[in-house]
Design a protein around this ligand. Structure first.
Ligand code: SAM
Length: 181
């Protein structure tokens, strides 16, 4: 899974870099650890944002932070702070020896989306899979080029479906990896 802070769009559809939030990092790290996902990438080219994320991870994975809340470290060490999606792909290639299948996510209904049943089937086949999650007003259109599919939008049939990225991630990860009905 990769939480993208650049390139994303703002409310005027302009491409921007968004700010990292403490809440996203904690919640996505716990989600990754709970579902035994191999890693969660935090994508931002901004060096001050990268050091903020690394400081947060270091705080809970060392010294008093780790002593007080060892399970917090167990989750936060799933996070990998990187510059861009190219670096994510490179990291996965190095670790898995092959290119990942990349799935994007969006709150907008897609005419040709990948249904969860088919995504689960593909997950049961070998090869790494990468899910892109947006921040701000969502992933920039440029990121949707060169991906393999857009996952089916959660609740696209309703009149309101703008979930926080944390809620969306939890729902879609459980649909893909959960053992429920
Ligand atoms: N600042 C916001 C927050 O509170 O998290 C960021 C919103 S961001 C646009 C939400 C991201 O969560 C989207 O880019 C997408 O990755 C995912 N998302 C939100 N609603 C979704 C839906 N209905 N279906 C699929 N993904 C969704």
């Amino acid at each position: 899974m990769a939480l993208v802070h650049y390139p994303v769009v703002n409310r005027n559809s302009e491409v921007i870099a968004s700010a990292i939030t403490n809440l996203d990092l904690h919640d996505l790290a716990r989600l990754s650890r709970t579902y035994n996902m191999p890693g969660c990438y935090i994508v931002t080219p901004l060096k001050d944002q990268q050091s903020l994320a690394k400081r947060l991870i270091a705080h809970w994975c060392g010294g008093v932070g780790k002593e007080l809340h060892p399970s917090r470290c167990e989750a936060l060490r799933c996070l990998r702070v990187v510059d861009d999606i190219a670096q994510v792909r490179q990291d996965i290639r190095r670790e898995w020896g092959e290119e990942p299948t990349v799935w994007a996510t969006t709150a907008s209904r897609q005419a040709t989306a990948l249904p969860y049943r088919e995504a689960r089937r593909q997950l049961s086949e070998s090869g790494p899979k990468l899910i892109l999650l947006g921040t701000a007003w969502g992933l920039a259109p440029s990121l949707l080029q060169g991906i393999d599919a857009v996952l089916e939008t959660i609740r696209w049939e309703g009149t309101y479906n703008h979930l926080s990225v944390r809620c969306a991630a939890a729902i879609l990860v459980d649909r893909l990896l959960g053992s429920g009905p």
